[in-house]
Design a protein. Structure first.
Length: 130
């Protein structure tokens, strides 16, 4: 499986939050500097995570981001799929095979996607953040 850049950075950001155990909010500038991620790009990623209820923010001095729920209750699939819920584009339910209706490669792709989703739903953020 190949993660898109925003998914990779979202997993990295969420892992950093999970490792901190809500000691204090984490600033985006700190993560941006530590991992070499563009601050505007990181803000866009965190906006999606906030919109889907995975993180919360605290304004002002000492502000930053924390997990909205316990790390063990957040699955990797929730993090990755948080971007689907916040995009305006409608994604096709299934791709149409150019060859015929019972396209084997499309059937295989669908089965693999379902399997990956089920696996990622079973893995909590806490498990991978250790």
């Amino acid at each position: 499986m190949h993660f898109q850049k925003h998914e990779h950075y979202a997993l990295l950001f969420m892992g950093e939050l999970a490792r901190r155990n809500e000691v204090e909010p984490l600033s985006l500038v700190a993560i941006s500097n530590q991992h070499g991620i563009s601050l505007p790009f990181l803000k866009k990623i965190v906006r999606s995570l906030r919109a889907t209820g995975l993180v919360r923010s605290k304004e002002g001095v000492g502000g930053g981001y924390t997990l909205a729920r316990e790390a063990e209750s957040i699955s990797l699939w929730e993090i990755i799929s948080s971007f689907d819920a916040t995009t305006d584009e409608a994604k096709p339910v299934s791709l149409v095979c150019p060859v015929n209706k019972s396209c084997l490669p499309q059937h295989i792709r669908t089965k693999l996607s379902e399997s990956i989703k089920k696996s990622l739903e079973r893995i909590s953020l806490k498990e991978v953040a250790r």
